[in-house]
Design a protein around this ligand. Structure first.
Ligand code: SF4
Ligand code: SF4
Length: 366
């Protein structure tokens, strides 16, 4: 049976327009307002950035999702990797404090956790996720963006935020290469998908280029939702004109479990043109058995490194705190031998003061 994905046009974050679109998504997907008693809404709160910067789930989309449901208890929670700043700062900057005030939903910190078992190529990994999943059903309210390591982030990658704080960074040191990390994301999704009741993706304005935090914004004009996160992700790929074969976590899932067949209902999807998604060429080439050995040979010339732009740096030390292998010193110098190119520092820098330097070979393929 085909999974249904609802795609509704939404060109702005105006309250009325977003409300109409979000309500249509839930209604067409057959989700009743009283479907759940206790809901945890999980936005993408990557960084303490303003809604207009397009780094986080827009508060209008989150607000309307929360307002749709008549649940007895509603929580809003996410766990950013950089825990130097108090969560209050994130909530305020991202506009979620206002969402909480207008909806009555309580903002929560992910404190206690339990382990889900995720099978990886080296065996089973016990991954901590918020204990709230035991009592609350999850409504995943994601943001569509490019991502330096995983090519895209939408419904599937947003669930990585269920892992409390710094432990997310530590997993990067365990799954060092972008392909290993994407393989982990694919398996991790399989181990947490049962906790998710619905996936809603803010694709009104999406980030292209150097996502997930330093790219350019482009109008993509939709709110997309469905019960199956992988089907929703496939629909997002169609919107951006990206081949699923070039999104490594989708390709890994397809190889092992197959991707769900899906149909779009609602307004249909009109793909945006020339959406810039760096990195997808290399993953597409890696799937070609004729090219792969040459890429392995060329791998030693394939380097991606973070570089600090001193003129923009405000010495907040978020990068130092998030680095899983302590490769950034107190005076903000990189230890190139230890750096695993996870780009966590690039992701969390609130001032776009870290850029990604690529070797000649990396520039050709990404
Ligand atoms: S590079 Fe960015 S995250 Fe690191 S100290 Fe400077 S401003 Fe902060
Ligand atoms: S310096 Fe940046 S890219 Fe290198 S390991 Fe640390 S966080 Fe990752």
């Amino acid at each position: 049976m085909k999974e249904q994905v609802v795609a509704i046009r939404c060109r702005t974050y105006e309250e009325e327009e977003v409300r109409g679109a979000v309500e249509k998504v839930f209604t067409l997907a057959g989700v009743d307002r009283c479907a759940y008693d206790k809901i945890l809404f999980k936005p993408n709160m990557l960084s303490a950035r303003l809604p207009g910067e397009g780094v986080t789930t827009h508060p209008s989309v989150l607000r309307e999702a929360v307002l749709y449901f008549g649940a007895k208890e509603k929580l809003i929670g996410d766990s950013p990797a950089n825990s130097l700043k108090p969560l209050q700062v994130y909530w305020e900057k991202c506009g979620y404090l206002d969402v909480s005030g207008r909806t009555g939903a309580k903002l929560v910190k992910f404190g206690d956790s339990f382990f889900v078992e995720t099978s990886c190529k080296n065996g089973i990994v016990k991954v901590p996720v918020t204990s709230l999943l035991k009592d609350f059903t999850l409504v995943n309210v994601a943001k569509l963006k490019t991502h330096g390591l995983t090519v895209l982030t939408g419904a599937v990658k947003n669930l990585y935020g269920l892992i409390p704080g710094y432990q997310k960074s530590m997993l990067h040191s365990r799954f060092v290469s972008p392909l290993d990390f994407s393989g982990f994301i694919s398996e991790y999704y399989e181990s947490v998908r049962k906790y998710v009741s619905f996936n809603l993706v803010d694709c009104v304005i999406s980030m292209e280029g150097s996502g997930p935090s330093s790219g350019k914004l482009k109008e993509t004009g939709y709110i997309i939702g469905g019960r199956n996160g992988l089907a929703v992700e496939r629909a997002c790929c169609r919107l951006l004109g990206v081949s699923e074969k070039n999104v490594p976590y989708l390709r890994e899932t397809e190889k092992k479990y197959g991707l769900p067949d899906f149909e779009i209902i609602g307004d249909g999807i009109r793909p945006v043109s020339n959406f810039s998604v760096p990195g997808q060429r290399i993953y597409g080439l890696m799937s070609n058995p004729l090219v792969k050995p040459w890429l392995n040979l060329a791998g030693r010339f394939f380097r991606i490194e973070p570089v600090i732009m001193p003129s923009r740096c405000r010495e907040c030390h978020a990068c130092i705190q998030v680095c899983p292998v302590n490769a950034i010193s107190r005076n903000l110098e990189f230890d190139r031998k230890n750096c695993i190119s996870c780009l966590c520092c690039f992701e969390v820098c609130p001032y776009k003061a870290i850029e990604v330097k690529k070797s000649f070979m990396a520039r050709i393929f990404t």
